[in-house]
Design a protein around this ligand. Structure first.
Ligand SMILES: NC(=O)c1ccc[n+]([C@@H]2O[C@H](COP(=O)([O-])OP(=O)(O)OC[C@H]3O[C@@H](n4cnc5c(N)ncnc54)[C@H](O)[C@@H]3O)[C@@H](O)[C@H]2O)c1
Length: 408
């Protein structure tokens, strides 16, 4: 069954989606076609159409608004790669028009936006899947296996994550700010700063490893001016969070994109019988746990109490050896290890009836987002915040202006 896809939003991440689609086709998993593209910026749509035609051999039809696309294009599903504030409105319009939706992270801009999307999926019977590639990549699959199945470090107890990555030079004047940065600096369009953007991956990965977070306490600062501005005065570039999980596990996430001085990369998870530690340097490593780039020298290792040490490569081999052929195909379809390829393939397989449900449906996407919003609610109030209170709307002061802006 050929599935016809539309790509809505042809900016930076859509390029990775296009490459992932080519990866799937090269692996003989090409039973889909991108037949329509939509972007408010005509040039962005033309560039992506050129790329997709070259990679996949079909030139999609171009639209500048999603309403035109919904009225004219013959498609089964959409892949949304839009600024965060546009996710819920366009996803709901697509589902109401009968289309299935794969939506880039974070699922919606606030908990209310996510809830609207998940409820619409349930009411219309459409598939809604959250595109979050990191937990689907080998590093995190291995870490999940270490914590939950291998028995190698016993019961997970705690984690200490400390990073300081190089800060990028400040942009001067509005002319110098590219569009993909500009909308990220507008809270009403982004929903928050790094904690909610790439931080969504981090929160989602923690939930993947250890289940739901019960409560958080967070201190957020902006250090780039040379003064420790509080979160109420400037967006965060430096964050200190303590997480308590419903399982009893506790952990800290302390990072800065702006503190002067030495870089630091230290991700350590402790279990009752050992630890799993990653000190691999990388610009996004504060958010992307165990993400090994092909050209990167990896420094992750597992140390058991009895003195045994395993490299991440050895752990990956042990994990792969533990999988049945069916499990192997589910995790790494056709040998794919790119999280974007895997999330797109999962979506297509559900549409074909070969899989039951997405790994991160609308409700799961909402729960991962709620951890990030709990961090903001704590930073704003100075209080410990229970994630369930963010989910049920009892704590929403940070999100209220965003919800009011979007009429949620
Ligand atoms: N999975 C990942 O690792 C990852 C990485 C980066 C970004 N993302 C996510 O991907 C999404 C897009 O981010 P990006 O970096 O590609 O942003 P971007 O700014 O590069 O691209 C967004 C595109 O949407 C278009 N657009 C804006 N309004 C529109 C509208 N009303 N209708 C149609 N098109 C419209 C813009 O013209 C632009 O081309 C975000 O949700 C972001 O968080 C995910």
């Amino acid at each position: 069954m050929l599935i016809r896809l539309a790509l809505i939003g042809c900016g930076r991440i859509s390029r990775r989606h296009a490459l992932a689609m080519q990866d799937l086709q090269k692996r003989g998993r090409g039973d889909f076609a991108v037949t329509a593209l939509c972007d408010a910026n005509e040039q962005a749509a033309i560039e992506r159409a050129d790329m997709l035609e070259e990679l996949l051999g079909i030139r999609p039809a171009l639209y500048q608004t999603h309403q035109e696309l919904l009225a004219e294009a013959q498609v089964d599903a959409v892949d949304l790669c839009l600024p965060h504030g546009l996710h819920h409105g366009i996803a709901v319009d697509c589902m109401e028009a009968g289309l299935h939706v794969l939506c880039e992270k974070p699922l919606g801009i606030t908990v209310k936006a996510c809830r609207l999307m998940a409820e619409t999926a349930a009411r219309t019977g459409r598939l809604l899947s959250t595109a979050a590639p990191h937990r689907r990549q080998p590093g995190q699959r291995v870490a999940h296996w270490v914590f939950n199945e291998s028995g190698l470090i016993g019961k997970p107890l705690s984690f200490f994550h400390h990073y300081r990555t190089p800060s990028s030079p400040p942009k001067v004047g509005s002319e110098a700010v590219p569009e993909h940065v500009r909308w990220r600096q507008d809270k009403l369009m982004s929903g928050g700063g790094p904690v909610l953007d790439s931080g969504f991956h981090y929160c989602d990965s923690l939930r993947y490893f250890f289940g739901d977070v019960e409560k958080v306490y967070a201190e957020l600062r902006s250090l780039k001016t040379g003064t420790a501005l509080p979160f109420t005065a400037a967006p965060e570039d430096t964050v200190f969070v303590t997480f308590s999980f419903k399982s009893g596990l506790v952990g800290t996430w302390a990072w800065s994109l702006a503190a002067p001085g030495e870089e630091a990369y230290n991700v350590t998870f402790y279990g009752s019988q050992g630890s799993l530690r990653d000190t691999t340097a990388g610009s996004f490593s504060i958010f992307h746990l165990f993400e090994r780039k092909p050209d990167q020298k990896e420094s992750a290792r597992l140390a058991c109490d009895d003195g045994t040490v395993y490299t991440m490569r050895q752990l990956e081999e042990m994990h792969r050896a533990s999988l049945s052929p069916v499990e192997e195909e589910l995790l790494y379809p056709g040998g794919a290890t790119d999280g974007f390829s895997i999330e797109i393939w999962e979506f297509l397989e559900i549409l074909r009836g070969n899989r039951a449900a997405p790994e991160i449906d609308g409700w799961e996407g909402m729960r991962s987002l709620a951890v990030g919003d709990a961090i903001y609610e704590s930073g704003l109030s100075g209080e410990v915040i229970y994630v369930d209170e963010v989910l049920n709307g009892a704590r929403s002061a940070f999100q209220d202006p965003i919800d009011a802006h979007w009429g949620l």
